[in-house]
Design a protein around this ligand. Structure first.
Ligand code: URP
Ligand code: ZN
Ligand code: ZN
Length: 487
């Protein structure tokens, strides 16, 4: 047998279920052996004193994306995935963003071209359907599914992205036919518009009023409606970026009733609060994202929801906009909260900030950290066991982690092009030292070595075979009164 291409020696291997001392033997980009005292490889990487984690899987990040308002995220596939790599993330799932009146297939081609040119880590793509007209669902979607796309995102809010209930049902039906996961931005659009108008009319325009303009009850309503529509068709859905205790409770109850609903929250909802927007002048704009940051009690509820399995993933929802005329200040130097682009950067610091919260500070612990940030998203989105775990045959995507390193995050630009980080000034314990993609270091001693274009597209199969019966779901037939039986 040929020697291993690389042996990672002496580390503590961590998966979602266990932690043990072992060497890893890597051949052809995959994990070929896990054991003690493996024979010498062509190359060796010393992991004594380090944790050997699966590379992170960030299943919700906006990269080089054109927003419906015509703004493009601050970063490119190159800078975003460089920042992902530096933070220990080796797989990302950003978006193909269709806009109203445009072709989904053309958008997919465009995003594939950009990703192929720039990506330093591997990637799959969610398809955003802003305009699910019949020809998109019937003619454009099937070839995209055959090309390896297995998840969609729809929005219940944002003026030029939102779809109504009937369109949502059309999307859910198409997803059911092809076995796709439907991810939902679930907030009540009318409530957001109505509250925003009232606040601005009364002169409450500062960034902090973004928070009450997205009422908590609007998230509850959106999540409930999305789950109800999905239940009518018995179609799995993922509720993205859950921010409130009540929103998590809706998912908790629905799962208890057997609904096929999954839930995600994000680093920022666990570690930042609405108080972060409460700063002089326009500064608070840096913390404007949707749903907005909430309260300490919500953080506690979200941690609990992760602990008991109501929510299964923690992503970054990375959506960077600069604090200038290309981003947050596109409508002038002193915009009202309604005119400020929504989104904050987070790809690079997701794992360090969460490791500190979950492991160094003792919430949930190492195995759950791995599960929530790598294994579960890989499973839910059809990338496991290639990604998200350390096992024979899996891609050798690894983050060699120094659990003792203490870092104070500078209040300064990072690798993405946002020009700021919402986590500046925070001190965290635990930091990635080396990061490997398919057995090759892309970060060594904290320095980027990966090159743009080395990231590969990860085609996925639709999940029909994964339905609980093990058989493909039958076509939805309203004549069977399927929905009525469920309700
Ligand atoms: O504020 C956010 N999260 N912007 C990105 C788009 C979205 O809603 O996920
Ligand atoms: Zn969203
Ligand atoms: Zn998002």
């Amino acid at each position: 047998m040929d020697p291993f291409d690389l042996v990672i020696r002496g580390g503590t291997v961590v998966t979602a279920s266990e932690l043990f001392h072992a060497d890893l033997g890597i051949r052809d980009g995959r994990i070929a052996a896990i054991g003690e005292e493996l024979p010498a490889g062509r190359e060796e990487l010393d992991a004594h004193g380090l944790l050997v984690l699966p590379g992170g899987v960030d299943s919700h990040c906006h990269i080089e994306q054109l927003s419906a308002a015509g703004l493009v995220n601050a970063d490119t596939f190159e800078t975003a995935t460089a920042s992902a790599a530096l933070g220990g993330t080796t797989t990302v799932i950003p978006f193909v963003a269709q806009h109203v009146g445009t072709s989904l297939a053309a958008a997919a081609e465009d995003y594939h071209r950009r990703a192929e040119r720039g990506a330093i880590v591997d990637y799959a793509l969610h398809l955003i359907l802003a305009d699910p007209r019949p020809e998109i669902l019937k003619e454009e979607l099937p070839p995209l599914v055959r090309a390896g796309h297995a998840s969609l995102k729809v929005f219940l809010t944002y003026d030029r992205l939102k779809i109504d209930d009937e369109q949502l049902l059309d999307v859910l039906e198409a997803a059911r036919t092809h076995g796709l996961m439907v991810c939902v931005h679930a907030e009540n659009h009318g409530m957001i518009r109505w509250m925003g108008r009232r606040l601005v009319e009364r002169g409450f325009t500062a960034p902090r009023y973004h928070v009450p303009s997205h009422p908590r009850i609007g998230e509850v309503e959106g999540i409930h409606r999305a789950i109800a529509c999905a239940a009518l068709l018995d179609q799995p859905i993922m509720i993205f970026h859950v921010s409130t205790a009540e929103g998590a409770a809706v998912i908790h109850r629905a799962r208890g009733e057997g609904r096929k609903v999954w839930g995600e929250t994000c680093t920022q909802y666990l570690t930042l609060t609405s108080a972060d927007l409460d700063r002089p002048g326009i500064e608070g704009a840096k913390w404007i994202c949707s749903p907005p940051l909430r309260e300490p009690a919500d953080q506690e509820a979200l941690w609990w929801a992760l602990e008991v399995g109501t929510l299964q993933c923690v992503s970054s929802d990375h959506a960077p906009y600069r604090m200038d005329e290309t981003g947050k200040l596109a409508k002038g130097p002193n915009p009202s909260f309604k005119e400020i682009a929504n989104g904050i950067p987070g790809l690079e610091l997701r794992l360090p900030v969460l490791f500190d919260a979950m492991v160094s500070r003792g919430r949930l612990g190492l195995c759950r950290f791995v599960e929530l940030t790598a294994t579960a998203p890989a499973k839910i989105y059809g990338l496991h066991p290639k990604k998200g775990t350390i096992a024979p045959g899996s891609d050798a995507d690894l983050a060699l982690w120094d659990a003792e390193r203490v870092v104070t995050i500078e209040d300064a630009p990072r690798t993405d092009r946002a020009g700021y980080t919402p986590y500046g000034g925070r001190t965290v314990k635990g930091w990635p030292r080396h990061v490997l993609l398919r057995g090759r270091p892309i970060v060594r001693d904290g320095k980027l070595e990966g090159t743009p274009g080395q990231g590969r597209f990860l085609p996925r199969q639709g999940g029909r075979a994964a339905l609980p019966t093990g058989r493909p779901a039958p076509e939805f037939d309203p004549a069977q009164n399927f929905g009525a039986r469920l309700w």
